[in-house]
Design a protein around this ligand. Structure first.
Ligand SMILES: [Zn+2]
Length: 361
């Protein structure tokens, strides 16, 4: 599959246009149009009508429609090009463009899920999500909400991975708070025995030196430990050693959103990824594909390198609310496009196998 995705290209152009607007209202209008385009289920080509006009798209106004028509008809948008040139922000726009590479729009996600020529994991072989946040840290969903939504989706388990105390900005939990949370999880697991299992987890913060800010004893109170970078995500110096140290930390199971990139605004960690993946393979640590549409981290291009290294994968949503459970589609799509075998995706494993793997770390 090529990178040809007009929805993605056009959403990017609308973001570029938003960035050079002077009025907050038009900035907001173009941004809203861009996200409407990213969320379309069909390619924009199918919105073009025989008379050359565009079918109405919710949240896309006349100025955005003009940009869309220019691109559909000529492959480029003179409107956006001249607005950027006039703003004097050409290099900034180029940088944002680079930071939108290999992000999938909703229409490409659905195409990858429905493409039978692609093998790999699928929604119906996916048993549970291993990165989720609750009201205990910075999420809006309660533990009960996670159980209810998990059961509704036919999952067998989910891991609650609230932030640890090392990340105060995300309301990280102290070990005392985790102990309280674990009592609540035990009570829910008793109530839902045989139907659903909530796993005790944490998202530990990978610090600048690669340590995860929690002791081995503390990590061992958890059933699933996601270690993920939340700082130094805009520096271009090599951070291979930082990431290798994190995956080699005993008790870590998943390298979460490995790059820490953000759509159009942040490149994330620079590292020799094949070396990081080789270390993860040796340590039996899973590489996460974070399905949050603004993260998509790692993406299908890097996933190919992790497949070549023989890594395990965790396909997670990083959900902060029950609406975010659908982000799993994006994670699965990247895995399928990256050629990840379903067998290597820990979320496809039955609970007993998952726990055996986790305890071996
Ligand atoms: Zn995180």
């Amino acid at each position: 599959m090529t990178d040809h995705d007009l929805n993605g290209t056009i959403a990017g152009l609308l973001r570029d246009l938003a960035a050079v607007q002077k009025s907050t209202q038009s900035k907001w209008g173009y941004k809203r149009a861009a996200s409407a385009v990213r969320n379309l289920e069909e390619p924009l080509e199918s919105y073009l009508q025989p008379d050359g006009t565009l079918k109405k798209i919710h949240h896309v106004g006349p100025s955005s429609t003009r940009v869309i028509l220019e691109v559909l008809q000529t492959g480029e948008s003179p409107t956006v090009a001249s607005a950027i040139a006039a703003s004097g922000q050409t290099s900034k726009a180029e940088q944002s463009r680079m930071w939108r590479q290999h992000f999938l729009t909703r229409s490409r996600v659905l195409a990858a899920l429905n493409n039978r020529a692609l093998t790999g994991p699928a929604l119906d072989t996916y048993r549970g999500d291993l990165q989720m946040h609750s009201t205990w840290s910075d999420g809006s969903q309660t533990l009960e909400d996670i159980v209810a939504e998990g059961i509704a989706r036919g999952y067998e388990y989910c891991a609650v991975t609230d932030h640890s105390y090392g990340l105060p900005i995300a309301n990280g939990l102290s070990m005392e708070r985790f102990a309280e949370q674990h009592e609540r999880i035990d009570a829910l697991n008793t109530r839902y025995a045989g139907r659903f299992r909530l796993l005790k987890g944490v998202e530990a913060n990978i610090r600048a030196d690669g340590s995860v800010g929690m002791s081995v004893d503390e990590l061992q109170t958890m059933e699933i430990v996601v270690a993920a970078p939340h700082a130094a995500l805009r520096v271009s110096t090599d951070q291979t050693e930082r990431m290798i140290r994190a995956v080699e930390t005993p008790g870590v199971h998943i390298l979460g959103h490995p790059r820490g990139r953000m759509y159009g605004s942040r490149p994330g960690v620079t590292a020799d990824w094949p070396r990081v993946f080789a270390a993860a393979k040796r340590a039996n640590v899973a590489i996460e594909i974070d399905g949050d549409p603004s993260r998509q981290d790692i993406d299908y291009t890097l996933a190919k390198d992790a497949v070549a290294a023989g890594c395990l994968f965790a396909l997670d949503t990083d959900a902060h609310g029950t609406h975010d459970f659908t982000f799993v589609d994006t994670a699965i799509a990247h895995a399928r496009l990256g050629g990840v075998p379903a067998e290597l995706v820990v979320n496809t494993w039955p609970l007993a196998r998952l726990l055996t793997w986790a305890r071996s770390r």
